[in-house]
Design a protein around this ligand. Structure first.
Ligand code: THU
Length: 137
């Protein structure tokens, strides 16, 4: 079941993927973060001629949000890939998302979006027993 807010988040992720800079993988990814109060921050993957330096869509979105001063309230994340299949955030992105989520004490829904399927998971399911900022207190 998806709500109108989730549908809007998925549309924002798909729209963000249109700006993907992925000339090497040709794998355009879009991500959209929804915060308490309803604001949205999007990201897309940004590759580099030095292939290993690619930035994932989710990481770019978290970087944009944190650069705008956001430090919590992360309620939901939508991630889209270019194919029909659902894609889930890579391991590094799970950890990057966890930083922002833990700062605000939330466990966001992660909407992994395919052509005709939305798989919904909690970040804590994707990254159980996470190491985060609380561990350094
Ligand atoms: N990618 C993402 O943007 N997010 C993920 O969670 C998985 C992978 C990007 C990185 C690279 O630009 C392309 O997808 C192929 O791996």
């Amino acid at each position: 079941m998806s709500s109108p807010a989730d549908d809007a988040l998925i549309a924002a992720a798909r729209e963000a993927a249109r700006n993907s800079y992925s000339p090497y993988s040709h794998f355009a990814v879009g991500a959209a973060l929804r915060f308490a109060g309803g604001s949205t921050v999007t990201g897309t993957n940004v590759e580099n001629a030095s292939y290993g330096l690619a930035l994932c869509a989710e990481t770019v979105a978290v970087g944009k949000a944190m650069a705008d001063g956001i430090r919590g309230g992360l309620e939901a994340v939508a991630v889209t890939g270019p194919g029909d299949e659902v894609i889930t955030p890579c391991g590094r992105c799970r950890q990057v998302l966890n930083e922002l989520a833990q700062l605000g004490g939330t466990d966001p829904d992660i909407l992994c979006v395919g052509a005709s399927e939305v798989r919904r998971m909690k970040l804590s399911e994707l990254l159980p027993h996470a190491f985060g900022p609380a561990n350094l207190e």
